[in-house]
Design a protein around this ligand. Structure first.
Ligand code: KIV
Ligand code: NA
Length: 265
């Protein structure tokens, strides 16, 4: 395989080829997603929700992110592995941010990291970039700030917030980020942002006029029933299919159908 690098992603944007990104938090899932031909696996801090059952992304720790990321790195052959710096590991103090980023790169073997925010974290981003670590930004709905927003509704519908978002996107490009995730903002705004920067803009709930798309794998597989935002396209209904399989197994055990003659020694 030709490995995906930050350079290939720039080229994809320049050539108008859309970038496909999905989450994974473990070896087995990452292996399947990579073999299918994904460009980027995001080891998202959504692991806090999907893997650990927390209500928000805030509780997950840097050590836990390193565990998830190292599991994914062992599985992949081709894609770029991008990992979220978790809440509390980079805000406010650029020295802490650099330490966190270095630990993540060193201990997991991942290829790049993602941080939420614009101007507020510019110093942290600069310091991490100066260590040679590729950084992706994340603007719009930034779940680590959920208690500031108060809800998971669409961001930047008002002029003032849209303006700040556009400025932040330009700033992230100027600082040297290799891309930006744009979460849950109006499609028209996302299209403007994508046009205004040369680095790839990967959308989630940001419409089709951006340079790539990302979804949470467990959501697109239909493993979750409660979470149904408009932007989520379900490619399977795994919740129901898995429930059927488990019910059949239970039935077979209870009825003594499993194991049969061939399934024993
Ligand atoms: O943590 C995550 O899964 C993310 C994506 C939703 C972009 O940050
Ligand atoms: Na995230």
């Amino acid at each position: 395989y030709k490995r995906i690098t930050t350079r290939s992603l720039f080229e994809m944007k320049a050539n108008g080829e859309k970038i496909a990104m999905l989450t994974a938090y473990d070896y087995t899932m990452a292996k399947i997603v990579d073999h299918a031909g994904i460009d980027i696996i995001l080891v998202g801090d959504s692991a806090s929700n999907v893997m650990a059952g927390h209500e928000t992304t805030l509780p997950i720790t840097l050590d836990q992110m390193i565990y998830h990321a190292s599991s994914v790195v062992r599985a992949i052959e081709r894609c770029l592995v991008l990992v979220d710096l978790p809440f509390g590991s980079y805000q406010g103090n650029s020295r802490n941010a650099l330490d966190s980023a270095i630990r993540l790169m060193k201990e997991s073997g991942c290829h790049a990291i993602k941080l939420e925010g614009g101007k507020e974290i510019a110093e942290s981003i600069t310091r991490i970039l100066s260590a040679g670590i590729p950084v992706m930004g994340h603007l719009g709905l930034t779940p680590q700030s959920i208690y500031k927003f108060g809800s998971y509704s669409v961001r930047a519908k008002e002029e003032e917030e849209a303006l700040k978002l556009k400025e932040d996107a330009k700033l992230l490009e100027e600082l040297g980020c290799f891309g930006i995730v744009l979460e849950k903002v109006p499609a028209k705004l996302a299209a403007e942002v994508s046009k205004s920067v040369s680095i790839p803009v990967i959308g989630i709930g940001a419409g089709g006029d951006v340079d790539g798309q990302v979804l949470v794998t467990h959501d697109m597989l239909g493993m979750t029933h409660e979470f149904s935002p408009r932007f989520l396209r379900r490619y399977l209904d795994l919740y129901d299919q898995m429930t059927g399989a488990f019910e059949n197994y239970i039935k077979d055990v209870k009825s003594r159908d499993f194991p049969n003659e061939q399934e024993q020694y």
